[in-house]
Each structure stands twice: as structure tokens, then as C-alpha cells.
Design a protein around this ligand. Sequence first.
Ligand code: CO
Length: 134
Amino acid sequence: MLQKIHHLGYAVEDLEAASRLYRERFGARLEEPEMVADQGVRAAMFRVGESRVELLEPTGPDTPVGRFLAKRGEGLHHVAFQVEDIEATLGELGRDGVELIDEEPRVGAGGTRMAFVHPRSMHGVLTELVERQD
Ligand code: CO
């Protein structure tokens, strides 16, 4: 079961410029940017109620977000849903033939356990599953 929208991931060209926009215009309190080497991004998060926005700047053109920016430009990159048990969710999806980018959970921004599901199986939306923390 999807518990809530955990965060929205935005692909941006310039993390500092995007952070400034949300900080100065909308009073967002941005967390310290974090390098997620595994995904080739620098990420900065801010809370919006129960959810967050994750600003993603690629570390280079030859990364998933770098290729996304080259092809589509800045914009919404993925939607992340919170689930209770990520292994169980991935197991069920895999058995049902849903195309997974990550068969096993990995560690994402903020130390979360997460996995991506292919947009081909999600009506065009790159979907991230994040296991509930706490
Ligand atoms: Co994300």
C-alpha cells in the first residue's frame, strides 16, 4: 500500500539557484545538499507539510539526471511514495511482472531505503518507493 507521497524529485541545472528560489521566495528550509554518488546527483531536500521536494543536480552529463536534462530540460523527474516494507513491495511487483529498475533496495538521499520502478510500467512516471523510517 502507498502510504503517502514521500517526495517529488525535480531535475535542476543549478542546485544553488533552485535552492535560493524556494528559500527566498517561499521560505523553504533546505537541508544541507548531499552527494548521492550512486545516482550521480547532488540533492537538497525541503519539507512541504508531510512531504518533501528533492532538488537534483547531476554530477555530470553522463548520469541518469544529466541525460534527462539534455533530453527534456528541467522539470519533474520522479514521484516517490512511502511504503511500509520495501522488500515485500518489490517482491510483489516483481512477481506481477512490473518492471523494476532496482530489484533490491538501495540507499538514497537522507539514508532512506529506496528503489526505482520503471516508468514503462507506471504509465510514464518514474516512480520511487521509499521505506518508512522511524
Ligand atoms: Co527521490
